[in-house]
Design a protein. Structure first.
Length: 77
């Protein structure tokens, strides 16, 4: 599983990555987490608000910090 956190490095983007890593640890899920920070790279995914989260190429969240329950639901599918 590949998870991408799209963001320019702001506090909300960093918190999103931290929450995702917490859920992965709590659920004992092995996944690759990548931070994408360049504006052009972020825009290439078709999103223009950050933080955004992609799981295996699918956009799951745009422009907000996801809740742990949401992340668990995404990872369970």
């Amino acid at each position: 599983m590949k998870i991408k956190v799209l963001g320019r490095g702001c506090a909300k983007c960093n918190l999103t990555e931290e929450i995702i890593r917490q859920v992965l640890l709590e659920e004992r899920i092995d996944a690759q987490v990548e931070k994408v920070t360049g504006f052009k790279k972020i825009a290439a995914y078709g999103v223009f608000l950050t933080p955004s989260v992609l799981i295996d190429g699918e956009v799951k969240c745009v422009g907000r910090i996801p809740k742990k329950g949401e992340i668990r639901d995404w990872l369970a599918k």
